[in-house]
Write a protein that binds this ligand. Structure first.
Ligand code: SAH
Length: 484
């Protein structure tokens, strides 16, 4: 049962000038990591969802800690010139996007500034500015000309609702597991909205029962829609709480009828009481086990569970920068650490002598090998394992890379990998990062190991969200001075 929020004010910790449930006027002075406003009331910090720097707002305090608190935005007294009306009608309830109330141009500026702040504070790097020419060049964020409808994959939870004939599918209401039915998501490709709407309608028509998280009963848990932007191919994955779908043939028939571009209809079975979307068993109900898409000249096979960048337009921009920073002439030996399904590796292989890719997920390496074959790439070799274990082994075997590309998950590179990079001393390192704070930490280690960060390029892979992607070029200082 949910506790009723009683409006009683609580005694704040000593020295804290605000009380829980109290209302205050706050001046917003900056952004937090998730794009929330950082407000001040008598010098005390409040994180305020939906408030923008430069604004004066009336808030209600929700939670108070010793050093900071959280508050709800009640009224904007003075608005920022960067404020816009969020076009999505469910923006406030959903939580999938964090920045729709900020103009796109200001979003791009904020993302660059966040990178600069991390590089200077955590990485202790000197950033070249308007007045000072020395230092790392942090370029303006490369944004999208049309920053909507950019996602190629939707993962939509299905549940039991009181409306819409019992079956609803959409998003979890913020801070809860209640599913709110959704008709459209403005950052999804239209195809994905069409697929999800069609599957929901068909499931209702056929009496397929939605999964109920509370009881663990019901069948349909998630609908995953994927589409190849450049090929138009569509994949539908139904995640079910059980192996059998009654009337499966009718289901497949209706999906094919309603969605002409569909090339693959799969079922994934997940009978665990868990928040994890996929179970371990995937089978093809109809069509192929993969769909295809292209990035630049490279064709990729995408299976139900493979990792594939969700914004294909900006992926090409990001990889293009990585390629530019690698400065390949056709001769070089390149290592792609954290290679996933080989996307960057295959992109680089076109211009390199040899590419070695390493990745910890075995299925991803299978995909990488398959994608190499698909594209006739013969100069790429892939190995399963932790980058920090496999790359030292390659070193032992005499592999001497000219360039090492890293694209680690949010936690950044393992310390042992950074140590190996410094020991292998490739002329260039290209660092692709989805987390500016771990990027800054790792750049410091590489700098101390003899590298110089030359260029930093933020790329907006996820417009309207607080995610920031960056690609950086580093050069070994020995090579640097030889060139001077
Ligand atoms: N470069 C790829 C994938 C980047 S995502 C692309 O652009 O598509 C980061 C990848 O690192 C994931 O595929 C994850 O499985 C992998 N990974 C995580 N820890 C790892 C480790 N210690 N060693 C190697 N790969 C790892």
């Amino acid at each position: 049962m949910r506790k009723k929020n009683n409006q009683r004010r609580e005694q704040p910790p000593e020295g804290v000038p605000v009380e829980k449930n109290g209302e205050y006027i706050a001046d917003v002075v900056g952004f937090g990591h998730d794009g929330e406003g950082v407000g001040r009331v008598d010098g005390f910090t409040l994180f305020i969802h939906g408030a923008l720097p430069g604004e004066r707002v009336r808030v209600k305090v929700l939670k108070v800690k010793k050093q900071y608190g959280y508050a709800k935005l009640l009224e904007i007294l003075e608005a920022s010139p960067d404020r816009v009306d969020a076009p999505c009608p469910i923006y406030k309830q959903c939580g999938g996007c964090q920045l729709q109330h900020l103009s796109y141009e200001a979003q791009l500026r904020w993302k660059r500034q966040l990178v600069i702040d991390n590089l200077t504070r955590i990485g202790k790097l000197q950033v070249a500015g308007e007045e000072q020419e020395e230092g790392v060049a942090v370029h303006p964020t490369l944004g999208m000309s049309d920053p909507w409808r950019y996602r190629n994959k939707a993962q939509v939870p299905i549940g039991l609702g009181s409306e819409e004939g019992g079956l609803v599918g959409g998003f979890y209401a913020q801070g809860s597991h209640r599913i709110i039915d959704m008709k459209a998501c403005l950052i999804q490709h239209e195809n994905n909205d069409t697929v999800v709407a069609a599957v929901k309608r068909i499931a209702r028509e056929l009496g397929i029962r939605p999964y109920d998280e509370e009881s663990g009963k019901g069948l349909l848990r998630h609908v995953i829609a994927r589409c190849g932007f450049n090929t138009g191919e569509i994949m539908v994955v139904l995640v079910t709480n059980g192996k059998d779908i009654s009337r499966a043939d009718e289901l497949v028939g209706l999906i094919r009828e309603e969605i002409p571009g569909v090339r693959s209809i799969c079922q994934n079975v997940n009978m665990e009481r868990t928040n994890v979307i996929f179970g371990s068993e995937t089978k093809v109900l109809w069509g192929s086990d993969v769909i295809y898409d292209t990035i630049g000249d490279i064709r990729f096979a995408i299976s139900a569970r493979s990792f594939y960048q969700v914004n294909p337009v900006q992926t090409e921009v990001l990889y293009g920068k990585a390629l530019e920073y690698a400065q390949l002439t056709g001769e070089e030996i390149v290592i792609d650490a954290y290679c996933g399904i080989g996307t960057i590796s295959l992109f680089l292989a076109q211009r390199a002598g040899k590419v070695y890719g390493v990745e910890i997920v075995p299925e991803a390496i299978e995909d990488a090998r398959r994608n190499a074959l698909l594209n006739g790439v013969r100069n790429a070799e892939f190995e399963v394992g932790a980058a920090e274990a496999v790359i030292p082994a390659w070193k032992q075997q005499g592999v001497t890379p000219d360039v090492i590309v890293v694209d680690p998950p949010r936690k950044g590179c393992d310390a042992a990998l950074l140590e190996t990079i410094v020991a292998m001393r490739p002329e260039r390192v290209v660092y692709v990062s989805c987390n500016p704070s771990t990027l800054a930490r790792d750049l410091r280690v590489l700098e101390d190991g003899g590298y110089r960060t030359v260029e930093v390029q933020p790329v907006d892979m996820f417009p309207h969200t607080a995610h920031v992607e960056v690609v950086c070029s580093l050069i070994y200082k020995g090579f640097d001075s030889l060139k001077c």
